[in-house]
Design a protein around this ligand. Sequence first.
Ligand SMILES: [Zn+2]
Ligand SMILES: [Zn+2]
Length: 179
Amino acid sequence: MEGRSTAAMEGTSTDAMEGIRRAAGAYYDHLPDGKKKNAAKAFNAMDKNGDGKISLLEYVDYLKKKKATGFAQQSIFRALDKDDNGSLDFEEAIVLFYLMNSGRDLICKGCEKFLAGAYFSCSQCFFNASVSTYEICCACYGGKKFAHNDGHIFCDNYTLLRQSRSAIQAAPRPRRVIH
Ligand SMILES: [Zn+2]
Ligand SMILES: [Zn+2]
């Protein structure tokens, strides 16, 4: 592949990552000042040597401390590192804070790569609060490169979102008092 940085893009399309960056920017713009300050504090806490940028080591250390080890992967760091200079500036770190806050499922259970774009999720597991969710990337789903419970049905993330709304609508509501 001509000139494209390799590891960061493995299984992660640049377009999908760009979409996440835009969402993260919008998320940050709408944060109240207190939360913006918290983001700056978190950045400074991550930046142990205070040089204004986050190295991979600082990144992994911070996430281990936060018990967010799912993020502590080099492939995610590389995907966050937009300019591919080996460290994260504040703007790049915002994308991490956004991902951590959104509880976005990050890793394909098939190929274990970062899920940046549309993905498929097992709907039985998704709506069962006592098991963990199970997500796979489009490539693994299409190529059936995963092993999961027989009979479990997969939906893309947009369909799941719509089903969640239908579930809320179908839930019994208190009867309206009619005068
Ligand atoms: Zn995959
Ligand atoms: Zn399942």
